[in-house]
Design a protein around this ligand. Structure first.
Ligand SMILES: [Zn+2]
Length: 317
């Protein structure tokens, strides 16, 4: 027995110190907001960023260009490594007096599952940099690192994840073509998704998530208008996981105007698809939409939230 106030021997002091340190570490892990149990495997943001760079390495990818056709080959071969099956779905449209050929790419995971979710992003890039002030620059096609490649990059990385751990529900990844072509007033945009959705019955998927411009450094995603009014439960599902995983600064609690994007064709068929889209990308439709404006961290934040949403689903038949 020691007298009160006497110093413990050095060895005991060290042990007490160690116990204290362990207690401190434990309390750090358990204190603060309760951490949700993660069901999804880790999302590799660096790998997603390499997918973004790879797409950009082909150059601008507007429909009809050589880079567009090379990119299609690359995407089909990459998805084929991970999916149960991959379909190339050609379609065409006449716009402004010209005929265009498009190809939607559809990859299936867990084909036997009746309960299914669809994830989508456009793989084409805009043929003109219409937000450039210089009229010569405005005629050139954009590289589309964020506007195009970022959403596809996340979906490719998710495809790779689905191969390593089977999701609890069926998932289909749709890469749409001809999203970023033409002018709204003349009936442009979203050619691939319009053609794809034309013959849908509306019960093919429980819900959908569209990713468009999700890779900007410090990305912020507000609640887009159509998503909030027509698919509010899906918005809440994604935003609540976003908050739980500590990405409240990415999935911000703000509302934005409706955007005409690929989800509109699905909403028209009664399929609740939300649009994860950045409203304040400074390089939107300019020649400066390049990989250096994007980051692995942003891709990871968005990718891991979408992954967690999928892996938390309950299998349904
Ligand atoms: Zn665009």
């Amino acid at each position: 027995m020691r007298k009160r106030g006497s110093k413990p021997p050095a060895a005991i002091a060290a042990i007490l110190g160690l116990v204290g340190a362990v207690a401190l570490i434990c309390s750090c892990n358990t204190a603060g907001p309760a951490k949700a149990e993660r069901r999804a495997p880790d999302f590799d943001g660096q790998s997603a960023y390499r997918y973004l760079e790879k797409q950009c390495s082909f150059g601008p990818r507007p429909p009809g260009s050589q880079a567009h056709s090379q990119t299609k080959g690359y995407l089909v071969s990459e998805l084929s490594k991970f999916a149960d099956s991959v379909e190339e779905l050609p379609c065409e449209a006449v716009y402004d007096g010209a005929r265009y050929e498009f190809t939607n790419i559809l990859a299936h995971f867990v084909p036997g599952a009746k309960k299914r979710v669809i994830l989508a992003a456009h793989w084409d890039t805009r043929p003109v940099a219409d937000q450039e002030i210089d009229p010569e620059k405005a005629k050139k096609p954009i590289l589309g690192a964020n506007d195009g490649a970022s959403g596809v990059a996340i979906l490719l990385e998710l495809a790779r994840m689905f191969k390593t751990k089977q999701p609890p529900v069926g998932v289909d990844i749709l890469l749409t073509d001809g999203e970023d072509l033409g002018e709204f007033e003349k009936g442009g945009f979203c050619f691939g998704s319009k053609a794809f959705a034309k013959d849908l019955k509306g019960d093919e998927w429980e819900y959908g998530i569209l990713l468009d411009m999700v890779g900007e450094k410090g990305v912020k995603i507000p609640k887009e208008g159509h998503s909030e009014t027509e698919a509010p439960k899906v918005v809440e599902k994604v935003w609540s996981v976003g908050r739980e995983l500590g990405h409240g600064s990415v999935f911000v609690d703000e509302y934005q105007r409706p955007i005409y994007d690929d989800h509109v064709a699905f909403l028209g068929k009664g399929i609740p698809m939300i649009d994860l889209i950045d409203f304040d990308y400074a390089y939107w439709h300019t020649l400066d939409d390049t990989p250096d404006k994007c980051s692995a961290e942003s891709l990871k934040a968005v990718g891991e939230v979408v992954a967690e949403v999928i892996y938390r689903e309950q299998p349904g038949g």
